[in-house]
Design a protein around this ligand. Structure first.
Ligand code: GLY
Length: 359
C-alpha cells in the first residue's frame, strides 16, 4: 500500500511515524519547505488541555491527549535519543477583578467535579507557586497537570523517528492538486509537472491545506490565523510555571528561555512580525511577570494556526467525503497537543482502508 502524506509538520510527521510503527510500507511525505521546520516547530508548545478546551467533550479529549504525552516523550527519547522537553510545569490562569475571580473559582469547581486537579488560589497562594507572578493579580486557577513540550525538539524527534522507520521525505515539494478518478482520490499532481499515484493520501498541510486544488467543497476551508511570538531569556532562570492571562501567555522552558505569546490575526499568510504585535505581547508578559522586563530579548517569529471555517471550528481528522483522501488538519490552537491522538485516528482510518486494495 502506497501512502502519500502532504505536509511535513507535526501532523504529517506524527502520522508517518504512527503508520510506520503499525507496519505500513511505502510512506512518502511531501513538504513544501523542510519537514519539521515550518509552522508546528514555531508553536509555543503548551499542552494546555484544561485552559484551552471550550466544552466537556473537548476537555475529555484534550486531557487524554495531554496525559498521553508522558509516555510518548519517553518512547521518542528511547527511539531517537532526542528529549522533546516534556515538562509538567503547571499553569496559573490569572484572575483580575471580582468578576474574573468568581469565574475562576467556578472553573476550578467544574474541573474538580470532573476528577481533574484544579485549585483556586488567592494572590499569596499564586505567588507561592510562582514567585515571578505580579502582585497585582487578585487570584488564579492553578492547574498542576498542564504541561509543555519544546516544539522544535518534538519535530526533530519525529523526523528522525520517521526516517529511521523508512519513511521517505521530500523537501521543497509543493502539491498543486489532488488527482481523482471515478470518485476516488488516486494521487496528487506536484507543482513541478509531476504526478504521483497512491492508495491513500493524507492531507496534513495545516493552514495551507485549502490551497491544494481538488479538495471537495464539502470539506470546510482551513484558513491561516497568524500568531506572533517572542523569546526572552532570563539569566539565571527564574520563572517555572506557565502563566495564562486572558489569551496572553508566558511559557518558561525551565532553562531560562521564556516564550511569550501571542497574537490572533487574520492576515492570510503574511509572514511578518509587527511592532504592535511585539508591543502587545511584551506588555502582557511583563504585566504577568514584571521581572521579565530585565530579561534578554532573544528573537521574534510568527506562525500560522490552521483555523477551520465552520460552525464548530473542529479539526478535520480521519476519513474524508472523498474515498482515498484522509485529513489531519485544522487544529487551530491545539496542534501540538493533539498530534499523537490525531496520528492514531488517521492511521486507523488509513489502514482500515486497505480492504478495497486487498493489500
Ligand atoms: N496554543 C497557543 C496558541 O495557539 O497561541
Amino acid at each position: 500500500m502506497r501512502i502519500v502524506i502532504v505536509g511535513g509538520g507535526v501532523m504529517g510527521c506524527a502520522t508517518a511515524v504512527e503508520l510506520a510503527a503499525r507496519g505500513a510500507k511505502e510512506i512518502l511525505l511531501l513538504e513544501r519547505a523542510v519537514p519539521g521546520a515550518e509552522a508546528s516547530s514555531a508553536a509555543a508548545g503548551m499542552l494546555a488541555a484544561q485552559i484551552e478546551s471550550r466544552d466537556e467533550a473537548e476537555l475529555a479529549q484534550f486531557v487524554r491527549a495531554r496525559d498521553a504525552y508522558a509516555a510518548w516523550s519517553v518512547a521518542l527519547r528511547e527511539s531517537t535519543g532526542i528529549d522533546i522537553g516534556y515538562r509538567r510545569s503547571g499553569v496559573l490562569s490569572i484572575a483580575r477583578g471580582e468578576a474574573s475571580l468568581a469565574r475562576t473559582r467556578s472553573d476550578c469547581d467544574a474541573h474538580r467535579a470532573r476528577g481533574l486537579r484544579a485549585e483556586f488560589v488567592d494572590r499569596a497562594g499564586a505567588r507561592a507557586i510562582e514567585r515571578e507572578l505580579s502582585d497585582d493579580v487578585a487570584g488564579a486557577a492553578y492547574y498542576p497537570d498542564e504541561a509543555q513540550v519544546d516544539p522544535p525538539q518534538l519535530l526533530r524527534a519525529l523526523v528522525v523517528a520517521a526516517t529511521r522507520a523508512g519513511v521517505v521525505m521530500r523537501s521543497g515539494t509543493t502539491v498543486a492538486a489532488l488527482v481523482t478518478e471515478r470518485g476516488r482520490c488516486v494521487g496528487i499532481d506536484l507543482a513541478a509537472n509531476e504526478s504521483l499515484r497512491a492508495d491513500a493520501i493524507v492531507l496534513a498541510a495545516g493552514s495551507w491545506s485549502s490551497l491544494v486544488t481538488g479538495v471537495p467543497a464539502s470539506i470546510p476551508i482551513v484558513q491561516p490565523v497568524r500568531g506572533q511570538l517572542v523569546m526572552l531569556e532570563e539569566r539565571p532562570p527564574r520563572a517555572s510555571t506557565i502563566l495564562f492571562d486572558d489569551h496572553a501567555y508566558v511559557v518558561p522552558r525551565g532553562d531560562g528561555r521564556v516564550v511569550c505569546g501571542s497574537t490572533t490575526e487574520h492576515v492570510g499568510h503574511r509572514r511578518e512580525v509587527t511592532a504592535a504585535g511585539v508591543q502587545s505581547i511584551l506588555a502582557a508578559a511583563i504585566r504577568a511577570a514584571p521581572r521579565l522586563r530585565d530579561a534578554e530579548f532573544v528573537r521574534t517569529w510568527c506562525n500560522f494556526r490552521p483555523g477551520v471555517l465552520s460552525d464548530t471550528g473542529m479539526p478535520l481528522i480521519g476519513a474524508s467525503p472523498l474515498p482515498g483522501l484522509f485529513l489531519a488538519t485544522g487544529h487551530y490552537r491545539n496542534g501540538i497537543l493533539l498530534a499523537k491522538a490525531t496520528a492514531e485516528t488517521v492511521a486507523n482510518a488509513v489502514l482500515g482502508w486497505r480492504g478495497p486494495f486487498g493489500a
